[in-house]
Design a protein around this ligand. Structure first.
Ligand code: PHE
Length: 453
């Protein structure tokens, strides 16, 4: 074993806190809001299949690499990459990975907070019972009223950003990670209840068919890239969030096992969300490709018609906000840690400055749903563009270079030492995946999406 670094920002007390925090980062709007709507837009089964393959062949190996690099470097991604490059006598330019990741996280949190604001707004709508007995049309107009009103969106966006800053301004081991321990299982159970409702009252077979019967003729070239991008987005990969969390991980915990566990939990939540939503979509003659409003237009239908729907509905949106909150924290943690390390500011200032910057950028997303809905570049609104740029381009590229570094730049002995996989065959498998399969896979998807292959 070589020298052990420690992180100036503290360390998780046990491996479980890491698992919970990383799961908190991974499980968020990506699973419950984004997965169903992009699956709907991209034709269903074939998209889901590519996404699952990407999680297994690209996501899990990259997650292991990110956690491993983070634990070895023990700093914010920028400084971690610089230190590790130096350790391997390589160019300190590798720190650009930290920079691009920080930029991606900053852009993502700007729009993430706006959507989390919708979930916040829905806590109150569900709470006062507005969905009770509502029709699909009624629910549609409740959603449209919200997104057409920039002031309301701005207010919810602001509240969510303040919530995020408040937690990040304190330290890593605040109570929120521990809350994940209770809230994530509750979210899981609630999703199961919703799947049960969809089974009874929705068109369950049509929903399952849509999700799991691949029809490649429905998947566009761009859809393939979206599926891979989503694997990165949903697992919080390619931008340093997981690397940052890895830097707080005590030595000696199994990176492989924890990464696999986190990925399975994350994928499970997404699939359950899909199984709850699509049966309702088909039973009510709704449009699977309805876009970002999909869950807000379908799930309230279930809450409006099931026993105890007001209670379940309120609880569901509360849990969704929590899931988004724990993800948001991980999105702004890398820039905050970097400011603390390099600019000699305290955490509170670092969090406030980063939060205000991201809030400002978020105003663009707020307006892209109403006043600026006609402002488009490449046929995409500001929100679509920011989402496309980060999830489909920046995260996969970041992941690609992370894995390149771990597999080709860092000495094999170092990664072997840091990963400490007991079974030598398993290490060989990971090494083979990160050296060949993962990077070639990412490149292949990029080439496919521009029609070269
Ligand atoms: N994984 C989170 C989600 O699915 C989003 C996220 C992306 C968080 C990247 C951190 C980093 O909602």
């Amino acid at each position: 074993m070589t020298e052990q670094r420690t992180s100036m920002h503290g360390q998780w007390t046990t491996r479980w806190v890491f698992v919970l925090a990383a799961t908190g980062s991974a499980v968020g709007l990506g699973n419950i809001w984004k997965f169903p709507y992009i699956t709907g837009e991209n034709g269903g089964g074939a998209f889901v299949l590519i996404y699952l393959v990407c999680v297994a062949a690209i996501g899990i190996p990259i997650m292991m690499a990110e956690v491993m690099l983070g634990r070895r470097g023990r700093q914010s991604p920028i400084n971690t990459m610089r230190v590790l490059a130096k350790e391997s006598n390589k160019n300190p330019m590798w720190q650009f990975l930290g920079w691009s990741g920080m930029a991606a996280g900053f852009i993502i949190i700007s729009y993430y907070s706006v959507i989390a604001g919708w979930a916040l707004a829905y806590v109150f709508r569900a709470g006062v019972g507005v969905f009770e007995g509502a029709t699909a049309d009624g629910i549609n107009s409740i959603f449209n009223d919200l997104v057409n009103d920039p002031e309301r969106l701005l207010a919810w966006h602001t509240i969510f950003m303040v919530m995020t800053i408040a937690v990040v301004a304190r330290r890593v081991k605040s109570g929120l990670e521990k809350a994940v321990c209770w809230l994530m299982p509750m979210l899981f159970i609630l999703l199961l209840i919703l799947v049960g409702y969809a089974w009874n009252s929705g068109d369950f077979s049509a929903g399952l068919k849509f999700l799991f019967e691949p029809d490649f003729s429905k998947l566009s070239q761009e859809g393939v890239l979206t599926a891979m991008g989503h694997a990165f987005f949903t697992l919080s990969l390619g931008m340093g969030a997981i690397m940052m969390y890895g830097s707080y991980l005590p030595a000696g915990t199994s990176i492989a096992k924890t990464s696999i566990m986190i990925s399975i939990a994350d994928t499970g939540v997404a699939l359950l969300a899909g199984m709850a939503i699509f049966p309702l979509v088909f039973a009510n003659g709704l449009e699977p490709g309805a876009g970002p409003g999909l869950i807000f237009k379908t799930l309230p239908l279930a809450f409006g018609h099931m026993d105890g729907g007001t209670l379940f509905g309120t609880l569901f949106f509360v849990l969704l906000v929590f899931a988004a909150w724990t993800s948001a924290i991980s999105l702004i943690e890398p820039p905050v840690a970097w400011l603390v390390e390099n600019k000699n500011v305290n955490r509170v200032w670092a969090a406030v400055v980063t939060g205000i910057g991201a809030w400002l950028l978020g105003v663009g997303t707020v307006l892209s749903f109403n006043k600026w809905s006609d402002v488009k570049w490449f046929d995409k609104t500001i929100f679509d563009l920011l989402d496309y740029l980060t999830a489909n381009i920046m995260l996969p590229l970041g992941g690609f270079f992370i894995v390149l570094f771990a597999a080709w730049i860092m000495k094999r002995e170092m990664s072997k030492d840091e990963l400490a996989i007991e079974n030598p065959k398993m290490f060989e498998l990971w090494y083979f995946l990160v050296r060949y399969v993962t990077p070639i896979g990412v490149i292949a998807v990029f080439l496919k999406s521009i029609g070269v292959i």
